[in-house]
Design a protein around this ligand. Structure first.
Ligand code: HEM
Length: 475
């Protein structure tokens, strides 16, 4: 790396307000244009009060940042994630810093890994069957709605365990509305411009958000209260029970506000992202017949049982999921990291206080790592192993996504269930591109599909296309 002693890397010269608007409306093309013009590192004015922030898509620099984000060199302060606060509160894993953040991570990581995670195989499979069962053969549906149904019901079950159906359904409805509200263009503008976060009444955008949040809070607090009333049930493994039994060094348990913020974080972060990834996977699989055929062959090799270990071992399924998260990563960027002591990155001397973002989208579109980066090619993940700084859909370092393993697992189980039981088709062959949805990315236009029949054996030609007018759960 050569040194040029500039304080901040080059970047857009457009007025800061215009940069912000372009970032809100069209972030992916903005980043691609900047990468063409400025390379692996550039500056945009998108921070609080249009402060400059530096985007990095060089794997060596990313390794330096993400392996050093809990050292004296860099930090990952929760205050920098203030944009999430109106959604998840100030005691969320996303907004906490330092020791408190570390402690909450230690508590929340195990339920989404290992045996605990694998115990969700049947739950995910049953919920997928239930959601797919609501579809009618021959009637088109929005893929995102279906995948959101799967991931939302799954995370509600993981968070609350055995959960009263009526309450779960009400919560599902409110959460869906909250996420959809904050994902609209108006909702995003409000998140980026806190000055607009004013309650102008029940019909205003922010007013709706506040009222919806109140309804969700009420349900969560009721659930916490009714758990308190119950006798401690040691057999419960859901996350609420786990959090309620946790004690800090002083023997104190979490307050209701802390519990609420953490639960809401998981309910929101745990469904939106995976729902989008699953929707993209279904799109690519049905867009590209070769991919579909190879995947069906591999899934058929499983036989009747949906077994967690066997599913996790399927190489092509894994490659399809990785390529899905590479080509349109749901999280465009890592959370911000801050320079703590002077550092040279990609030839630039950066001062303490400089805000850095790992640019996941641009790293995943580097020609040197991923030739023909705009083509969907799962084979890349079979041909070589990428480092955690070349392929990083879940970020890295001290804030690496705690749901990474769970999200991959959920995608795989749901895909195996859907593909092995029903035959789907896209309603048209047009290309769908990615665009902003809230603070993440998603298909820019709805992906529509139709159930064409049930699958009765290994190949697509054996799909029973005669079967009609019945729902999938009757298969
Ligand atoms: C395909 C699905 C998902 C994607 C692409 C994704 C992506 C990400 C990314 C990029 C980050 C920031 C990491 C960083 O700054 O280094 C993150 C953080 C986080 N994710 Fe995910 N995520 C997904 C699913 C999930 C699930 C299923 C859960 C919960 C069960 C979850 C919970 C979280 C939490 C709590 C954080 C904050 C971690 C912290 O601040 O310490 N995510 N995720």
């Amino acid at each position: 790396m050569t040194k040029n002693n500039t304080k901040l890397p080059n970047g857009s010269k457009a007025p800061a307000f215009l940069q912000m608007m372009q970032w809100i409306v069209n972030p992916l093309s903005m980043m691609s244009e900047c990468a063409k013009r400025y390379g692996d590192i550039f500056t945009l004015c998108l921070g609080e009060k249009y402060a400059p922030v530096v985007f990095v898509s060089n794997p060596i620099a990313l390794q330096e940042i993400l392996t050093g984000d809990s050292t004296k060199q860099f930090s990952a302060p929760g205050e920098q994630n203030g944009i999430f606060e109106p959604l998840v509160g100030k005691y969320s894993l996303m907004t906490l810093s330092g020791v408190q953040h570390q402690r909450q991570r230690q508590l929340l990581t195990p339920p989404f890994h290992g045996e605990r995670m694998r115990s969700y195989t049947q739950v995910i499979s049953d919920i997928t069957e239930e959601v797919m069962g609501e579809l009618q053969i021959g009637k088109s549906f929005s893929v995102r709605d279906i995948t959101q149904g799967i991931t939302l019901r799954t995370i509600i079950k993981a968070v609350f365990g055995l959960y009263d159906d009526k309450r779960a359904k009400t919560l599902e409805g409110f959460l869906n509305a909250m996420v959809n509200n904050s994902s609209s263009l108006g909702g995003v503008i409000m998140l980026y411009f806190p000055v607009l976060q004013k309650d102008w009444g029940a019909w205003s955008l922010w007013g709706k958000h506040l009222r919806r949040t109140e309804q969700i809070d009420q349900l969560i607090y009721q659930e916490i209260e009714s758990r308190r009333q119950e006798q401690a049930d040691l057999s419960r493994t859901d996350i609420l029970s786990l959090l309620m039994s946790a004690r800090d060094e002083a023997g104190e348990s979490m307050t209701d506000q802390e519990l609420r913020d953490e639960l809401l974080t998981l309910l929101i972060a745990g469904q939106e992202t995976t729902a989008t990834a699953l929707a993209w996977a279904l799109y690519w699989i049905h867009k590209l017949p070769v991919v579909q055929e190879k995947l069906l062959q591999e899934i058929d090799s499983l036989g009747q049982d949906i077994d967690a270990t066997a599913i996790n071992k399927l190489p092509y399924l894994n490659a399809v999921c990785c390529e899905t998260l590479r080509i349109y990563p749901v999280g465009m960027l890592t959370f911000p990291r801050v320079v703590e002591t002077p550092v040279n990155l990609c030839g630039y001397d950066l001062e303490p206080g400089t805000i850095l973002y790992g640019n996941i989208y641009l790293t995943h579109h580097r020609e040197d790592l991923y030739p023909e980066p705009h083509m969907f090619k799962p084979e890349r993940f079979l041909a070589r192993q990428f480092s955690p700084y070349e392929f990083l859909p879940f970020g890295g370092g001290v804030r690496r996504c705690i749901g990474a393993a769970f999200a991959m697992f959920e995608m795989k189980v749901a895909l195996v269930k859907i593909l092995s039981e029903c035959s789907l088709a896209l309603t048209d062959n047009r290309d769908v591109k990615a665009g902003r949805r809230g603070l993440v990315t998603a298909p820019a236009s709805p992906i529509k599909m139709v159930v064409t029949g049930k699958r009765i054996s290994s190949t697509t030609s054996s799909v029973d296309k005669e079967a009609s007018n019945f729902s999938i759960n009757k298969l």
